[in-house]
Design a protein around this ligand. Structure first.
Ligand code: ZN
Length: 197
């Protein structure tokens, strides 16, 4: 799949919950292959960004499947770890606020509070249960992806935070976005949520 198969806001499908995968099959494995190729095609089109992870909902498939980059530091390592039905069993430590972006939220970054450490339960692509602990950026990425399976986006956590939103400039550096001008009435970000209120 290609980067154009990745859906972005205001596509309302991003705010739908995904369904649990009851049995891991070849369909699941094909889904993971499609997500991986779409992520890498997106990354190849971006000079300053890495594709850290993707959830199936982002290619418009509402299955609880996510892929997480195996090495966030090395763009030449183009491998991902798939997690089926991922759950945060427990958040631990403090909530840490740090930068976050999303392939489905074009041009907007945010500072989002997340648990410092998480305990995770999921299935692997053979259908076996796996449990592990994660911390730091990996913990952040997993919380972001589990949110996707529940129809939540990072911007939903920081709506109203006037100093919470950023964009990438041409040099690849994050700079603050004026809340009133770019965020407050940005229909691409908030359409769909307001309808549910
Ligand atoms: Zn995302």
């Amino acid at each position: 799949m290609k980067k154009d198969d990745i859906i972005t806001l205001p596509n309302a499908h991003l705010r739908q919950k995904s369904a649990k995968v009851h049995v891991v099959t070849d369909d699941t494995r094909q889904l993971v292959a499609d997500m991986t190729s779409a992520s890498l095609d997106w990354e190849d089109s971006r000079p300053h960004e890495i594709s850290a992870a993707l959830a199936a909902v982002q290619i418009d498939r509402h299955d609880r499947v996510v892929i997480i980059r195996s090495d966030f530091e090395d763009k030449s390592t183009r491998e991902f770890t798939p997690l089926v039905n991922p759950e945060i069993v427990k958040g631990e430590g403090q909530k840490i606020t740090d930068y976050e972006g999303c392939l489905s939220v074009d041009g907007v970054y945010g500072k989002v509070p997340r648990w410092e450490k998480v305990r995770v339960r999921a299935l692997d692509l053979d259908g076996n249960e796996i449990r592990f602990k994660a911390e730091g950026f990996l913990a952040r990425v997993i919380q972001h992806e589990v949110d996707h399976t529940n129809g939540l986006l990072f911007v939903d956590h920081i709506r109203g935070q006037r100093d919470g939103f950023y964009t990438l400039n041409a040099e690849g550096e994050l700079e603050p976005l004026d809340y009133d001008e770019y965020i407050a009435d940005n229909h691409a970000l908030w359409d769909g949520i307001d309808d549910q209120d």
